[in-house]
Design a protein. Structure first.
Length: 377
């Protein structure tokens, strides 16, 4: 009680204390030393014995108590009829405000897809400098739309996202559009040949990733809500982990299935340049896992994985360029062998797939802890 007094004073329920104890390394074996069968039982005793600190907010009142008190006071001064109509208007206004907020969050998740679709449509009907202007405006609009979406709804983070994660995400999306063509031209060019021109962009994968933002938000919300329910029904940390891990894997599988469907559908869009499914699927899964970790307070791990995948892809292009220098041909040999055997899409598939696999293993450990969900809205 003395060591964790601040945690107990600020807690709103025993679940928050149990999650905080777990985050401090307290296990069921530690709780047994205090003659409790698990951490949840120990948290319940701490919650009952430590008084709440009222300086951080008023105590929760019973449902409807404030409304009843306001109605009684209004009835004494202005009459029951007027108070009843006013209370009814306030109660009717709250659902409308809640629905308006939900509609705003849904529109925020649809904004990246709308901006990306408009930019691709503009590219299809323009050429030359107008097309370049449309491309730059579309890229800027997509960045703003993604930033706005990341600040609202289930994809928002408790703190500021690391700058490295934003930069890596931008570079990964840029490589998804131009990287395969650029790497293919670098490998096919002769050592003494000219610098390659800008390759044709792969627009279908970018459109699919933009359309996958609403499924990502829905899956993140589903995981948060269901995990909280499992946390409320668990009687031990191991019990919660056993319940949460299948839920986490099911949510990731659901998102991957939705992204696969979108990748297939966007290949049918007129004027869209399709690309291989594997690199885009690996990139989308990596971005989803990184964002899910950031939502639950593990942003540095996601930023590290995104940075590693980004560095691997661009270093592959740099290795091919370095191979043009005398005596450095062995540096480019692995990349050339991979491109000649499996194609240029093998580089982003291996880079993003490897990072996503490592991040999946890490997330399946940390996101199935009670401490990852106690403070999540």
């Amino acid at each position: 009680m003395h060591r964790h007094r601040e945690l107990c004073e600020r807690a709103v329920d025993p679940l928050e204390i149990a999650a905080g104890l777990e985050a401090h390394g307290v296990t069921d074996r530690t709780a047994a030393r205090f003659r409790h069968r698990d951490v949840f039982s120990l948290a319940e005793e701490l919650y009952a014995r430590v008084p709440r600190d009222m300086s951080h907010g008023p105590a929760a009142s019973p449902p409807g108590a404030a409304d009843r008190a306001a109605t009684d006071a209004e009835a004494d001064t202005r009459g029951v009829d007027r108070a009843g109509s006013r209370g009814g208007a306030e109660r009717a206004g709250r659902p409308r405000t809640r629905r308006a907020g939900q509609v705003g969050r849904v529109l925020a998740t649809l904004l990246p897809a709308a901006v990306c679709g408009a930019a691709l449509a503009g590219r299809a009907v323009t050429t030359g400098r107008p097309q370049l202007a449309v491309t730059l405006a579309g890229a800027l609009g997509l960045a703003v739309a993604l930033a706005h979406c990341a600040r609202r709804g289930p994809l928002r983070t408790p703190g500021r996202a690391p700058l490295t994660a934003s930069a890596a995400t931008t570079l990964l999306l840029l490589y998804a559009v131009y990287g395969d063509g650029l790497l293919d031209q670098l490998v096919a060019g002769s050592p003494d040949g000219p610098w390659p021109a800008l390759p044709a962009p792969l627009t279908a994968p970018l459109l699919a990733l933009a359309l996958a933002v609403p499924p990502a938000a829905g899956c993140a919300r589903l995981f948060a809500v269901r995990a909280r329910r499992r946390l409320a029904g668990s009687r031990g940390l191991d019990d919660f982990t056993a319940r949460a891990r299948p839920l986490f894997l099911a949510v990731v599988t659901l998102y991957a299935a939705a992204l696969t469907g979108l990748l297939v559908l966007t290949r049918l869009v007129p004027g869209a340049s399709p690309g291989p499914l594997a690199p885009a699927l690996a990139l989308g899964t990596l971005l989803f896992l990184a964002r899910l970790l950031a939502v639950h307070g593990f942003a540095p791990a996601g930023a590290t994985a995104l940075g590693a995948a980004c560095a691997a892809q661009y270093l592959a292009c740099a290795a091919v360029l370095a191979g043009r220098l005398p005596g450095l041909d062995p540096v480019a040999a692995p990349v050339r062998a991979a491109v000649e055997t499996w194609g240029p899409a093998s580089v982003p598939a291996l880079a993003c797939g490897g990072a996503a696999t490592a991040l999946l293993a890490y997330a399946s450990t940390v996101l199935t802890r009670a401490s990852a969900h106690a403070a999540h809205p």
